[in-house]
Design a protein around this ligand. Structure first.
Ligand code: GLN
Length: 309
């Protein structure tokens, strides 16, 4: 490199223009905003610096890091994987390609689960398919007296979930268990609520989702057999023996699945009330199925003895 080239250092403004054009060309809708988030992260500066100090010189290393990130985003890698974080119910949740990125709709799932255990002291819950742990951690933070069992089939996902629990001071009240759905839990009627945001995309529809999802999010967190209902069947079958009488199974639903899942829950016979709640877009998003009986559900029982394999 000649001395002249070295003198003409790359500036914040240059990078901002180049990255914006790249993202725009790749069809990213919020190209300008995403560029600023990525550059603020890569250059480790507050975003107002990008606006106010366009002439600021950037080191070759930082410029390279910024270009790499912009290139990855242009290839439609999700912004959250690049930044390593997503906000969920006011919590900063760490994310990595091993886990589904938390969605705002799942905040309703947390809300309904909290409602289901509202009158219960020291409730015991299970979060099945915890992924990033966003649901388990939000519940543990919002109900400091709760104990949460967080299950996932993926060891890398559990590592992310555990880091999120520790990050938010809930590491001692969440137990992490590697398990395929509910299979690792003994038959104990230990739980006041079982919550799950299971995979619910019909297998053949995954490829048609937006590239960020189809190419980068873990397929194991998305695909659910030919009709998208495979995990609802298993959860509806597996949850009743684990729930206390009057306990609740709370599940997130895919768009248009409420009727079929409600029917399955009613046919099951173990639940005496099955209700769906709509999200902000008016889609029936969360199903709450309450197990028959009122026995232990409203009083705090002894801590559960769970067989964990
Ligand atoms: N429980 C996690 C979430 O809601 C992961 C769900 C999943 O992987 N299907 O984000």
């Amino acid at each position: 490199m000649s001395a002249g080239a070295a003198a003409a250092a790359v500036t914040v403004g240059d990078l901002r223009r180049q990255a914006r054009a790249l993202l725009k060309g790749a069809g990213i809708v919020n190209a300008a905003r995403e560029t600023d988030w990525l550059l603020a992260f890569a250059l480790d500066v507050p975003s107002h610096v990008l606006m106010l100090e366009g002439a600021r010189a950037v080191s070759a290393l930082q410029a390279e890091q910024a270009r790499v990130l912009a290139g990855r985003r242009a290839a439609r890698e999700p912004l959250q994987y690049l930044l390593g974080t997503q906000e969920f119910r006011g919590l900063d949740i760490a994310v990595a390609p091993a886990v589904l990125i938390p969605r705002p709709e799942s905040e309703l799932l947390v809300e309904e689960t909290l409602r289901a255990v509202a009158g219960i002291a020291a409730p015991v819950l299970a979060d099945v398919g915890t992924g990033s742990g966003c649901i388990a951690v939000a519940i543990a933070c919002e109900r400091p007296d709760a104990t949460v069992y967080a299950l996932d089939v993926s060891a890398p996902a559990l590592a992310v979930a555990r880091s999120n629990a520790i990050r938010h001071g809930a590491g001692d009240r969440i137990r992490f268990i590697r398990a395929d759905l509910l299979e690792a839990l003994g038959g104990a009627r230990a739980f006041d609520a079982i919550v799950s945001n299971p995979p619910y995309i019909p297998e053949q529809e995954v490829e048609g989702l937006q590239p960020e999802v189809a190419r980068y999010e873990p397929r194991v967190a998305l695909a659910a057999g030919p009709d998208g209902l495979a995990f609802y069947r298993r959860l509806l079958h597996g949850a009743p023996p684990l729930l206390k009488p009057g306990g609740s199974l709370v599940m997130e639903l895919g768009c248009g699945q409420a009727e079929a899942v409600t029917r399955m829950a009613l046919q099951n016979g173990a639940f005496d009330s099955v209700e769906c709640r709509k999200d902000m877009a008016g889609i029936e998003r969360v199903l709450v199925a309450r197990k028959v009986g009122t026995g232990g559900a409203r009083c705090a029982g002894p801590p559960p003895v769970l067989m964990v394999s």
